[in-house]
Each structure stands twice: as structure tokens, then as C-alpha cells.
Design a protein around this ligand. Structure first.
Ligand code: SF4
Length: 366
């Protein structure tokens, strides 16, 4: 673990965490002996996919381990700009960019509002890596108003997902403005935030004013993104607890990442720990074919092996839906290991979680 010698009240200050993000090789080398691959990676990605890591997230890294799962998610490597990795992915495989800047309307009842390009940490596997090079910029009031006007005109929209970048990095005033505008629209039933701050800078949720705003515009849901059991710490647990106490449910979306969490035991530990902090593992996403991130992809067989391992070892509540997001904005497809061994007429043979083959008859009357 890397330690920063600052008083506890400073460490618990979100603004300090953001102000002191590590953004250069020189700063990073004060805390960690970088590998050649990382040094070159940081230099080569400087303009395309910049570096930024909060002191808190950096502190989770074991500096002696080049394969540390937090390190792999936070520190660039050469592979990001490798020709093969670049050409195997697309900048925007899900066609998120639409007519109205920042707004994606993929499913009839839901829209996505991307309200900033800023992130506390630039995660190396991010599906929106294309926005890293746009600079750190929040949507203007006019841009937000255009999105809201679109939602108002489309009565089929019941669910608004606010994302980024990091949407809760905006000031409390801006967050309240967006929520109050959305709440003027009768057909908008729920609002969700896609935020990785519980993982990258949980201190944001120690701000009672922010929590009061989120509570005021209920029902609000939070989707967060824990990928490894190491990311569940006392501070992230405290952040989640504070959110839950305001009546805001927290769901988690994990991405299957080669070298980070692509083994069954790690996933089991992650999902057990999430349940312990009262976060529901909702999705396990297969890593998307995003330009600059395909080196994190593993096989669908690996994902299915993990899903098979989980069954019987953790309650159904702790088992997420494993899904691939289809290119071209065609939506998500859930994937399950096949438990049907054979079928003869009305008699099925199923495989139990322990590998037993069990006959199961469906009578005509049922
Ligand atoms: S916080 Fe989310 S949007 Fe930002 S870089 Fe990480 S994964 Fe991407």
C-alpha cells in the first residue's frame, strides 16, 4: 500500500483528492517504481488518453506488484496505443453520439445524458475512452437545457441515466439544477447516476449537501463500478452506507478484465464483499471492443466459466447478469452457462451446480 502523510481530515476531503490527482510520470514516480512498459505507456498516451489518479485510488496499489489489479486499471501501458489494439476496436462501438450533444436514446423508455468529460481517475479500460482527449469539460447550461427539452418532448422516456465522465464531479448547484429540471417532467419516473466515485474518490459522499440533494429528488438510483475486491475499503463502505441511508439503492456493474478480475475466485470474493456492503451485483459486462482497451478483453468462455463457478457458492442475489453489449447500439444480450444437458419430449436432463445430471419431467398438466 502507498501512504500519503496527510491528516485524516485532509484525506477525507474530496476537493483535496481531486486537487492532488497524480497526472505526470514525475509525480507518479514519487510513489511507485514504474516499469519500462508503464513509462513508455504514459508518454505514448499523454495526449490521447491522459493520466489522472486520485491519491486515494493510488493508495490501494501494492507498489511492489506490477500486476496489481488497481495499478492495471489506473496506469497506462504501451498496449493502449499498440497498432493491433488500436485497430481491433472502435472509438464509439455503441453509437452513443447522436444529434443532440451528450444525449443517447437507445431503448424507447430510457435515455443517457453524458454531462461531463471529467473523471476523477481515467480508467484504462473505459468504454468512453474517446472522450479522454476532449479535455475536462462539463456540458453548458444550454446543452443541458436542449437535452431536457428533448426528454420533455418524448413521453415514452421514463428513466434517465446521467453519466459522463463522472456526473457527480459537477458542483452541487449544477447537479441540483439538472435534477430539478428533470423532475418538472411528469413522465420521468426514475433518475439514475452512473458514478465510479464510490470506488475512485468515496469522499464525495461525505458531503451532506450532495446527499440531501439526491434524497430530495427521489427516486434516484446509483449504478457504480467495483471491479476488484481490493476496491472495497472502509471509506468506500462508508460512502455506500451514507448513500443507502438516504434511501438511494446502489447497484454495481463489473467489467470482466483480463489480468484484473478474470478468475472465478476473485469474482466470488468481489460479489460476496459487495453483498456485505449492501450493494447488489447487477451486471458483469464482457469488456467492449473499444479502441485503446481491447487488451483487457478475454474470452466469453472465461465469463461463462466464472458464472458457472458462482452458482451454488453465493446466493442468487449475489450473481450478476453476465452480458455483452452488442455493437451498433443494438443493446445488451444476457449470457448463461447451459444447464440443459438434453431433452427427450417432456423429460429434461439438467446439470446441477455440483455437476450431477438430474432428470426433470414436465407433466402434461403443468
Ligand atoms: S470513471 Fe467511468 S467514465 Fe470515467 S474513466 Fe472510469 S470507467 Fe470511464
Amino acid at each position: 500500500m502507498i501512504s500519503f502523510n496527510v491528516p485524516e481530515e485532509v484525506w477525507r476531503d474530496y476537493n483535496w483528492q481531486i486537487k492532488n490527482r497524480i497526472k505526470t510520470i514525475g509525480e507518479l514516480q514519487r510513489y511507485i517504481r514504474l516499469t519500462e512498459d508503464e513509462v513508455e505507456g504514459i508518454k505514448l498516451t499523454e495526449r490521447l488518453y491522459p493520466l489522472a489518479i486520485t491519491p486515494y485510488y493510488l493508495s490501494l496499489i501494492d507498489p511492489e506488484d506490477p500486476g496489481d489489479p488497481v495499478r492495471l486499471q489506473a496506469i497506462p501501458r504501451r498496449a493502449e496505443v499498440d497498432e493491433k489494439v488500436q485497430s481491433a476496436g472502435e472509438p464509439d462501438p455503441f453509437r452513443e453520439e447522436g444529434e443532440i450533444p451528450g444525449l443517447t436514446h437507445r431503448y424507447p423508455d430510457r435515455v443517457l445524458m453524458s454531462i461531463t468529460t471529467f473523471c476523477a481517475v481515467y480508467c484504462r479500460h473505459c468504454m468512453r475512452k474517446r472522450i479522454f482527449s476532449h479535455g475536462e469539460r462539463a456540458r453548458t447550461k444550454e446543452e443541458i437545457d436542449r437535452m431536457v427539452a428533448y426528454i420533455k418532448e418524448h413521453e415514452e422516456v421514463r428513466d434517465v441515466l446521467i453519466s459522463g465522465g463522472e456526473p457527480l464531479s459537477l458542483s452541487n448547484e449544477k447537479i441540483e439544477y439538472i435534477l430539478s429540471r428533470l423532475r418538472e417532467i411528469k413522465h420521468v419516473e426514475i433518475v439514475r447516476f452512473g458514478t465510479r466515485l464510490p470506488v475512485l474518490a468515496p469522499q464525495r459522499f461525505f458531503d451532506e449537501k450532495l446527499l440531501s440533494i439526491l434524497e430530495k429528488y427521489s427516486p434516484i438510483w446509483i449504478n457504480t463500478h467495483f471491479n476488484h475486491p481490493k476496491e472495497i475499503t472502509e471509506l468506500s463502505e462508508e460512502a455506500v452506507d451514507r448513500i443507502l441511508r438516504r434511501g438511494i439503492p446502489v447497484n454495481n456493474q463489473t467489467v470482466l478484465l483480463k489480468g484484473v478480475n478474470d478468475n472465478p475466485q476473485t469474482m466470488l470474493e468481489l460479489f460476496r464483499k459487495l453483498l456485505r456492503i449492501k450493494v447488489k451485483p447487477q451486471y458483469l459486462f464482457h469488456c467492449d471492443p473499444v479502441k485503446g482497451a481491447v487488451h483487457f478483453r478475454t474470452t466469453v468462455d472465461k465469463g461463462l466459466e466464472i458464472m458457472r463457478y458462482l452458482r451454488g457458492r453465493i446466493s442468487g442475489m449475489g450473481i450478476p447478469t453476465y452480458a455483452v453489449d452488442l455493437p451498433g447500439g443494438k443493446g445488451k444480450v444476457p449470457l448463461l452457462p447451459d444447464y440443459v444437458v438434453s431433452r427427450v419430449g417432456n423429460v429434461f436432463t439438467f446439470e446441477s451446480f455440483e455437476g450431477d445430471r438430474v432428470e426433470y419431467r414436465i407433466d402434461e398438466l403443468t
